[in-house]
Design a protein around this ligand. Structure first.
Ligand SMILES: Cc1cc2nc3c(=O)[nH]c(=O)nc-3n(C[C@H](O)[C@H](O)[C@H](O)COP(=O)(O)OP(=O)(O)OC[C@H]3O[C@@H](n4cnc5c(N)ncnc54)[C@H](O)[C@@H]3O)c2cc1C
Length: 437
């Protein structure tokens, strides 16, 4: 449904242009215009797939939304790179051709449209390279994110100027109306994310009601609504948190909700120290203000009719699993559930008592995997490799269970490889990566 709407919106400017004005130039020129218009439409739609829109992220999931954002960006970049090359080819019209003695077909660009086109081209390359190599940049994640959004907005402005001043089709009234609509969608999304949403959040504050160390570099954070009814969410979803700062701050981080909707209004999160923000979680004062933007994500079990559930979690990836297990227990789930839970060492295993209680309420089989097991360890030992996952999941795969994965990128990749080896089809795998963007 979302993909169909996307494809229609991307194809619409070409269809409108050809229908209203008609393709009358050499085919390479027409192809060049067509891919440029589609690339520009895709660029403007990229703003909606930034993972920040609940309509999209709660529908298709955060992972898929961001994966599409990245794939669409790569395709539109290739299209944008090809666009000027088509005109420069021997049968293109950048220069006068032997079969055009009067020069009528020569592509005449004024200086302004040439400059806006060239700048858009360079800026697109810069945005793509800095997104791919983000972790190697000497900036904080937040700095990258704001510059990525502003750079994309500037790129959209430059590309639109180029299209309207140089393009054969884009200045037509119907096309202008289309671009105005798409531009409003793109810029509206920025206004929604950076102004409207924070303004709404500021009216629904939360307080830090609990902060507890629950393992080596692991914290349990509890938030309580301050003067409102709390958050309506589904087990397995996540939220963007702003802690002890303004609702308009760009310092927001995504965390899975570890509590379940049936637990009440308070929200619980399990947070692992990994960088500058998470390392200072333990210093946050009780009672400090917090803002919860959510719920996002679709790692949810509603509607899944498979005969059993197999969870694969790494470290803090336990958070959404706990939420799902608590909700399952509250609703009297009777299907068999396995939790394959990997950590580096024993001090990182979280929620032991809670898991034992859940195991007594559900048909839950918990299998711990430790990279560095202590002497006498009775569980599985080693990294969560594709081989280990393949061996652990083989029976459940054959039984047609649904697989739920959560944790850092390497774990998700290993799980996919292991599950593929035992023939689990893609539609029986749900996932949430902790490091997708
Ligand atoms: C959907 C989702 C759910 C998550 N749930 C949990 C959870 O329940 N528990 C948990 O411990 N961790 C969770 N994470 C990971 C958590 O968001 C990052 O560990 C945290 O934001 C790192 O911030 P930092 O500044 O401490 O670390 P840094 O060293 O600055 O960042 C480490 C990596 O985390 C990511 N990251 C950093 N800042 C942000 C940000 N503002 N927004 C998005 N990504 C960022 C980047 O990929 C970065 O490379 C989740 C991540 C995602 C995407």
């Amino acid at each position: 449904m979302i993909l169909t709407a996307y494809a229609l919106l991307v194809a619409l400017p070409v269809a409108l242009g050809w229908w209203l004005i008609g393709p009358a130039r050499p085919w390479l020129d027409e192809a060049s215009s067509a891919i440029a218009m589609m690339a520009m439409a895709a660029l403007l739609l990229e703003f909606l797939f930034s993972g920040r829109f609940r309509v999209i992220s709660a529908g298709i999931g955060m992972d898929r939304s961001l994966r599409w954002h990245q794939i669409f960006a790569q395709i539109l970049t290739i299209a944008a790179l090809l666009h000027p090359l088509f005109y420069l080819s021997p049968s293109g019209t950048a220069f006068q051709r032997p079969d055009d003695p009067t020069g009528a077909l020569v592509l005449g660009l004024d200086a302004a449209s040439l400059i806006s086109g060239a700048l858009a081209w360079l800026l697109l390359g810069l945005l793509i390279i800095t997104a791919i190599r983000r972790d190697d940049l000497p900036y904080r994640y937040e700095t990258w994110r704001v510059s990525h959004g502003l750079g994309a907005a500037l790129l959209a402005g430059l590309a639109l100027h180029h299209a309207i001043s140089a393009g054969r089709y884009s200045a037509a009234p119907a096309l202008m109306a289309y671009w105005a609509f798409m531009l409003a969608l793109a810029f509206g999304s920025l206004v929604a994310v950076y102004l409207l949403r924070p303004w709404q959040l500021a009216r629904r504050p939360w307080r830090i009601a609990g902060l507890e160390r629950v393992g080596d570099q692991l914290w349990s954070l509890t938030l309580e609504p301050d003067g409102h009814a709390g958050l309506a969410y589904r087990a397995g979803q996540f939220a963007w948190l702003r802690l002890d700062c303004s609702a308009f701050s760009v310092r927001e981080h995504p965390f899975s909700i570890a509590s379940a909707p049936t637990d009440g209004k308070a929200l619980r999160f399990l947070i692992k120290e990994v960088g500058d923000f998470t390392r200072q979680i333990g210093t946050l004062p009780l009672g400090a203000r917090a803002f919860v933007d959510g719920p996002h994500g679709a790692l949810c079990l509603e509607g899944r009719r498979e005969p059993g559930i197999f969870m694969i979690a790494g470290g803090a990836g336990l958070a959404p699993m706990l939420s799902l297990l608590r909700e399952a227990a509250a609703h009297g789930e009777t299907r068999p559930i396995t939790l394959l839970y990997g950590n580096r060492h024993q001090g990182q295993i979280m929620a032991t008592a809670e898991l034992a209680k859940l195991a007594a309420q559900l048909r839950l089989d918990i299998r711990h995997v430790l990279q560095e097991p202590p002497p006498g360890w009775a569980g599985l030992a080693g990294m969560m490799t594709p081989d280990l996952i393949q061996a652990a999941a083989a029976k459940a795969a054959g039984a047609g269970r649904v697989f739920i994965l959560c944790g850092p990128e390497p774990l998700i990749r290993a799980a996919h490889q292991g599950l593929k080896a035992v023939g689990v089809p893609r539609h029986r795998i749900m996932e949430e990566r902790f490091s997708a963007f």
